[in-house]
Design a protein around this ligand. Structure first.
Ligand SMILES: [Zn+2]
Length: 431
């Protein structure tokens, strides 16, 4: 974002997403120039800019685009970073750019996060990487022992696949919870591995919510099979399927009580426990919400905006910013005490925190900041249901080719009716 203009005119990326030198059709390198060399006291020096660009064979359209770039004179030039959504530099994003990536194992995404405690996550990670000391693993490491599993009435060799998938106890636990996922077919044991078993219900439900029960329960089954097995090995208890199932249910109940597990995580499955059913009904009742548009106090002016776009070259965020920019321009003619309101939550947060936002929309954001200079303003967020007048206008705008202004009698009937409802203080409802 341009301030003092002390960056390279040719080689810095300030216009779009590449330096202007990339547009030159002449061979050779233009002599060094700063962006500020192309300014006068009032803005861009169109004549000089055009001459230089012509000299180096830069297309004329580029000059037009340059003339449209806002200059925040007196402020510093501010860099924006394209690799983060908020446009600020982070070391993590730079590291992502330069590091060598190993092949991404999708299953590892499922074992971290909400609902799964770090201890369990680390255990699962070790389990999938074959670093869990089951008997077969110890033998492989050269420890001499006769393997005898604890999980079957007729003991077998304890391997990972046996203990966690195929043994009597494991089968019992998996079958118990399979009733929660009636749409999924029975697990196919032929040639299976731990990852297949972990993702069986998730794959068959085509569920991409990685916190869903279809992932969470398999993770917990692995964990509690392991703790039960360790109890048997070290404390000489006997292996009980009911213990494992009960512990998993208690774990889930604690998550529900703590608010870490909600109805979206058990959608489209049939939990056989009362604490999940009750929650589903309760949250359905709660979901109706009243949204009220509030009028401003005199003499403040309120500007509600909404953006809409079509096609691939734009983004919803950009449309919202452009709508806000137009709104501010119109309102400023009436008053400089402004209340901006939008249903674009990200945009309202950025402006409220005086942040500059993503790199792609930096010029529009700079224009808004310049327009708002010298005004008193605040911004608020309103749910879409409360922003319906401009929502209706934004849809009209999407299909229109040029800027249209509506005033007085020429305001579309629907928008006028909706505005009337707001004026009367009629709330909208969100379901
Ligand atoms: Zn066994």
């Amino acid at each position: 974002m341009l301030g003092e203009g002390k960056i390279s005119f040719w080689d810095d990326t300030w216009l779009k997403d590449q330096p202007i030198s990339e547009f030159c059709s002449m061979t050779g390198t233009p002599s060094f120039a700063r962006v500020e060399d192309f300014w006068t006291d009032t803005g861009w020096n169109e004549e000089v800019t055009l001459d230089v660009l012509d000299e180096w064979g830069v297309p004329r359209e580029v000059c037009e685009e340059i003339m449209d770039i806002p200059i925040n004179t007196g402020a510093k030039d501010i860099g924006r970073w394209t690799l983060t959504p908020h446009g600020n530099f982070t070391v993590a994003s730079a590291w992502e750019l330069i590091r060598n990536r190993g092949e991404k194992m999708e299953v590892y995404e499922f074992i971290w996060g909400k609902g799964i405690s770090p201890t369990i996550s680390v255990f699962l990670w070790r389990l999938l990487a074959n670093r869990i000391p089951v008997d077969a693993k110890l033998q492989w490491r050269g420890v001499s022992l006769a393997s005898k599993c604890h999980c079957c009435s007729e003991p077998d060799m304890e391997t990972r696949l046996h203990l966690f998938v195929n043994s009597e106890a494991a089968t019992g636990v998996w079958n118990h919870f399979a009733k929660w996922f009636p749409q999924a077919p029975n697990f196919d044991r032929g040639g299976c591995n731990l990852e297949d078993r972990l993702r069986w219900w998730q794959r068959h439900k085509r569920c991409n919510n990685k916190h869903h029960l279809c992932i969470l329960i398999p993770c917990l089954i692995y964990w509690f099979l392991w703790t039960e097995r360790n109890g048997c090995v070290h404390l000489e208890k006997s292996f009980k399927v009911e213990n494992i199932c009960r512990r998993i249910v208690i774990y889930l109940r604690n998550l529900v009580l703590a608010g870490h597990l909600g109805p979206e995580q058990w959608s489209e499955c049939e939990p056989k426990v009362d604490f999940m059913v009750a929650q589903t009904e309760k949250s359905k009742e709660k979901r109706v919400e009243k949204v009220l548009w509030r009028p401003p106090d005199w003499p403040r002016i309120k500007i509600n905006t909404d953006g809409s776009f079509e096609g691939r070259t734009a983004s919803g965020f950009e449309a919202e910013l452009k709508a806000l920019l137009e709104g501010v321009k119109v309102a400023k003619r009436h008053n400089t005490n402004l209340w901006l309101e939008t249903d674009a939550e990200v945009m309202s947060l950025l402006l409220e925190k005086r942040q500059l936002g993503p790199a792609e929309t930096r010029h529009t954001m700079a224009k808004i900041i310049l327009e708002l200079r010298g005004t008193q303003w605040r911004i608020s967020y309103i749910r879409r249901e409360g922003n319906k007048v401009v929502d209706c206008l934004a849809l009209l705008g999407r299909d229109s080719q040029a800027l249209e202004r509506f005033e007085g009698n020429n305001i579309p009937a629907r928008a006028r009716a909706l505005a009337r409802l707001d004026q009367l203080g009629m709330p909208s409802f969100r379901f």
